[in-house]
Design a protein. Sequence first.
Length: 416
Amino acid sequence: MQRFATQRSYDASTAAVGAAAAVLLLAALVLVATVATSPPSFVYDEPDYVNYVFLLRRYGLTEEFLEALTGGAGPLYAFVHRALEPLTNLSPVKMRLVNVALLAVVAGILAGWLKRQDRPDYLLAGCTILVVPMTWVLAGMALTSMPALVFVSLSLYALLRGAEALERESQVLGWFVAGGIFLGIAVWGRQTALVLSGVPLLLALMDRRLRLPALVFVAIIVAFTAPLVIAWEGFTPPNEEADEGLSLRHGLTSLGYTGFCFFLLVPRAKWLSWKSLVAAAVMIAIVNALLGIVVLCPIESFMDDFLSDFGMAACAVLFGSVLVFCAVMFLGWILRITWHGRRDLKQVTINAGLLCLALSPALIANYYSSRYTAMALPYLVLAAQPWRTWGWKMSGAAVAGCAAGLLSLLGYFWAT
């Protein structure tokens, strides 16, 4: 009798894994098809960043080039698309497909690390990056985040290999040097990646053997960042209107998005007791409605076509309350779990990096986009891995996350 029960459990688990795999495969095909049939003209912020390529062609890698940048991101995007120009001819659709290919590279890096950890589901787990809705906009449009995200992923991989080498009492410095170089390149794509330079310093506080590698890592980041800061006299191009300052609201919003995406990747029902969850949700909703701490409507470009002004306002308050709830729950959970697992330097690297990137939008005072939070994607996927089970809840969450991402991407294309 027990043997039959075990067999039924095994069959159900296998079916759930198959369902999740089918959802993610279909999502990948839909993403490629959506991009391949996307508008033949640049939309939203794409023109500002495509102009980077023309500026690079005109000025070369000079201070004049850095000063002339017409967006808020660094010049890495220009180098990537200048190199690929013979293949893309700067066609909007082909440039977007480059970002789809870069997403596959990120998923491959994550799968490679998980395979090294003897995770049998490494391929499927790497593909869960598609469950995060922001992924679709990053990969589906000709924007700047994907090149930087590849190097953030490589830097994370190098740091994890360094922590692994420390456990085996092997050479560590080379991995930290590689990680610093990769992160320095990422900073040239997205300056918020700078916050990750604090992760090796945290590791050095936990294990004194990492003091020299951590200092070398930070020195490399400083060397990479200095030319940008000198040319811009700050951390953003002079033509960008971003205000460098502190916005706790943006940090809280970003943390809420991070928590929401984490719970999509790990749809468990037993994070806390139901009574505690309901009580916290009601209290947060009331406070947020009264004070307007976070008021934000998801996939606004899509929802605006279907809701009245009152409906949009109500949606913004409701979703804002959900984000604040997710932020509070996620922050409490990840701090607790990181403290309990503080002896595992690999997991501390992942969790600390995730928190740094999730909170980094707090450093941009006048504007927030969920694309900023999406720089945490590789950390998010690896942080979720130890808690994920391949059940039907995971398949349902994958459908929901991928559908939200698709609607968000289509919202940008339909707005043209």
